[in-house]
Ligand binder design. Structure first.
Ligand code: 6SG
Length: 250
């Protein structure tokens, strides 16, 4: 499917603001806030502006859901984006854009770090933070390979990609097999875990056997997927209906 056609199929959810799937507790809070407008406005939610895909924002949504945080989503259709005005207004000419009050962020990994810092998912000291950065950079390296495959060489490169994938997963398996907590660094989940988890889910779709020779990675994915708020997000219709990528390939 072409970009254009694919995005037409998602017209229903395009160019409107949709509420992020939240846990019961967060929903209850939101209802209270709505009946008390002053409190609502002093507790502005985070806002994400992005295309109607999971793309580079799956991990961010998981971290927010896991921390009972609400997210206001502005979905931008390809038609809207192609007009060019919005591209011109974005610092690097790309989405996602994330707003936390007056703070405006571009770059998905900067968003993960920001939320990691705010929600206790960036280690308990500087050394842990540096190790988390290292692991997240490794996740980014693999994500870039994945994106290149999806958008540039899906038809010709998928087989070789899946064959080579174990070489890229091995370091993560190795780190996790030495971890006492079951997380990449320290004894708590970090933004790098959400990011790796999200990318591993994509790879399970791409190459169904990708985790077969990695028992630790497999149980890591199962364990994170079973965290109640992550589970709720993964089962939420608004989240489920978003395609992984913008060109319909997965
Ligand atoms: C692509 O690459 O969907 N942003 C993308 N594309 C639009 O005009 N380093 C940063 C970060 O981590 C990378 C940002 C990211 O935040 S998202 C962007 O803004 C552009 O450049 C992934 C995605 N791509 C496919 C896609 C379909 C519709 C809009 C984007 C291809 C590009 C524009 C039309 C067709 Fe498209």
């Amino acid at each position: 499917m072409t970009h254009q056609k694919h995005f037409k199929a998602y017209k229903r959810i395009v160019a409107r603001t949709s509420a992020h799937c939240t846990s019961g507790a967060a929903r209850a809070l939101s209802e209270t806030q709505l009946s008390r407008p002053t409190l609502f406005y002093t507790m502005a939610p985070y806002t994400l502006t992005y295309f109607p895909v999971k793309g580079r924002c799956g991990a961010l949504k998981m971290m927010l859901a896991d921390n009972d945080q609400q997210l206001k989503e502005n979905m931008v259709s390809i038609e809207e984006w192609m007009k060019g005005d919005m591209k011109g207004s974005c610092l690097f000419g790309q989405l996602p854009k994330f707003e936390d009050g007056d703070l405006v962020l571009y770059q998905s990994n900067a968003m993960l770090r920001h939320l990691g810092r705010k929600h206790g998912a960036y280690g308990k000291n500087d050394c842990e933070a540096s190790l988390i950065d290292m692991m997240n950079d490794a996740v980014e390296d693999l994500r870039l390979k994945y994106i290149k495959l999806i958008y540039q060489e899906y038809e010709t490169g998928k087989e070789a990609y899946c064959k080579d994938l174990p070489n890229h997963l091995k370091p993560f398996e190795s780190v996790l097999s030495k971890s006492k907590s079951g997380f990449l660094v320290g004894d708590q989940i970090s933004f790098a875990d959400y990011n790796l988890f999200d990318l591993l889910l994509n790879h399970k779709v791409l190459c169904s056997a990708s985790l077969d020779s990695f028992p630790t990675l497999k149980s890591y994915v199962d364990k994170i997927a079973a965290r109640p708020k992550i589970k709720a997000l993964l089962e939420c219709e608004n989240f489920k209906k978003l395609p992984i990528n913008g060109n319909g390939k997965q």
